[in-house]
Design a protein around this ligand. Structure first.
Ligand code: AMP
Length: 461
């Protein structure tokens, strides 16, 4: 399987004036998609210069260093890494000098045939500096470019070799391209900005640059943006789609619109469906901030139960999910979220979160609510039980880590200490997203994978 697993964020801009600053701003808006490293690459008319570093965008790409990159075409990346894959060496974009100029690539997703392709290339004598899928993609494109100087054909040929999930940003000399895998796992969309055009993993990045959303880049498309316009190169023939449901449920910003569906609206609808499918007689509905907020608003509206903010989240706390040990994760969750006593004391409460993976978060929060005097604590979840690993870029990797593979729903309820537990049904989730089930990737909830993964069930056979 691939090296570092990541669901990241990408951006590209081609404009009449300097792009380094707007690239940096767009990456700040995509920060939730990755906090481990960030980088930008800009073509200065002759050479591609990059600034890349560890940490949040503000630190990884210092404003003065961004200012020093002069050029009107560039791409950028924020990276979500798991514990084993940190280090600035894996930061993106990755850039190389090739016979016809310079090439830089950044990528969001996971390439499922990474090891096979990389081994093949290494046997041919090619070398790799990093463990990342993006370097493999870069090498594939540059190999095809050495055979035919047409960059669109080279990207298309590379796409023909790649399996899995990829939303790509490619900078070839002064030309800027986006590409989305034929299944369309992760989002990427196109917009017009002052003096030019851009693409980004999420539409909010276009809003932040006061741009105008044009359209989603469709599965299988390659899109070249220029200062004056854009050119779409669609793929030939029909191909099944498999959009990641977790983008709407958890990963994307609520204010982004993905493939025509606003994330906030979808989450609210999830809450409404949950209220219908899993009602409870309680005094108030509370979110687990931040990801459960819109789900909880939907639930409260549909059930006619008051909505309250009963947890304060420490907004400066780091990510608990990727900590390497259970003890560390538990300690981190218990200081990240503190209940507001006056809101919860003596109340019958429903708390709503987007998902349960290991069960760490809810086990601790339910017990905190009881300590703060809650009379009853009911839990509702905006996705069906997560039971199967994601091979396409979401950090959920082993079957063993999922609590739903060890306990029944009643068993999970007991483990987290709730008075009742209800998950949205798969049908309810599909209804809330508003797209046919066969257009979505639901593999983490049903184990049916849209691409061939050794040892897993293939959905399309
Ligand atoms: P857990 O505490 O292990 O049950 O994980 C569930 C919590 O982590 C929920 O609050 C989710 O919002 C969040 N979460 C779910 N999946 C991920 C992910 N892939 N990366 C980071 N956080 C996640």
């Amino acid at each position: 399987m691939a090296g570092p697993k990541h669901s990241c964020g990408v951006v590209g801009i081609s404009a009449g004036s300097g792009v380094a600053h707007p690239l940096r701003t767009a990456l700040m808006i995509l920060q939730h998609r990755g906090q481990e490293s960030a980088g930008i690459s800009v073509f200065d008319g002759n050479w591609i210069e990059s600034v890349r570093g560890d940490g949040l965008v503000e630190a990884a790409i210092p404003a003065d260093r961004a200012e020093s990159l002069k050029g009107t075409a560039g791409i950028g990346h924020v990276r979500y890494a798991t514990t084993g894959s940190k280090g600035v060496i894996n930061a993106q974009p990755i850039t190389v000098k090739i016979a016809s100029g310079m090439l830089s690539v950044a990528h969001n997703g996971d390439i499922t045939n990474f090891s096979v392709l990389r081994d093949e290339y290494m046997r041919e004598g090619r070398t790799f500096l990093t463990d990342s899928d993006s370097e493999l993609i870069l090498k594939l494109i540059s190999k095809h470019l050495s055979e035919d100087p047409d960059i669109v054909k080279a990207i298309r040929a590379a796409m023909g070799e790649l399996d899995g999930a990829y939303s790509l940003a490619v900078l070839y000399n002064g030309r800027v391209f986006a590409a989305r895998d034929p299944f369309g796992f992760h989002p990427i969309c196109l917009g017009k900005v002052e003096g030019g055009h851009m693409f980004a993993s999420e539409s909010t990045a276009i809003d932040a640059l006061k741009g105008e959303f044009i359209r989603d880049i469709q599965p299988g498309e390659i899109c070249e943006i220029t200062r004056d316009g854009y050119v779409i190169h669609a793929m030939e023939g029909a191909h099944p789609h498999s959009r990641c449901m977790f983008e709407w449920v958890y990963f994307a910003r609520p204010d982004s619109v993905i493939d025509g569906r606003e994330v906030y609206e979808v989450r609210k609808r999830i809450g409404m469906v949950l209220a219908r499918e899993c009602p409870a007689d309680v005094d108030l509905v509370m979110p687990i901030p931040d990801s459960g907020r819109a789900h909880a608003i939907g639930y409260a509206l549909a059930a006619g139960i008051p909505y309250e903010e009963g947890f304060m989240k420490n907004r400066f706390a780091g990510r608990t999910f990727i900590l390497p040990e259970q003890k560390l994760r538990e300690a981190a969750v218990s200081t990240k979220m503190i209940p507001i006593r006056s809101t919860v004391s003596g109340k019958r409460i429903i708390i709503i979160d987007d998902s349960i993976v290991r069960g760490t978060t809810l086990k601790i929060l339910v017990s905190m609510l009881r300590d703060a005097g809650a009379k009853e604590v009911h839990v509702r979840i905006g996705s069906p039980p997560i039971i199967a690993p994601c091979y396409y870029g979401v950090d959920m990797k082993t079957r063993d880590q999922f609590i739903a593979n060890h306990y029944s729903i009643e068993g999970i309820r007991e483990q987290i200490g709730a008075d009742s537990l209800g998950y949205i049904s798969l049908g309810g989730l599909v209804e809330a997203i508003g797209m046919p089930a066969d257009e979505l990737c639901l593999a983490c909830t049903n184990g049916k994978y849209p691409t061939c993964i050794k040892g897993e069930e293939y959905r399309f056979s």
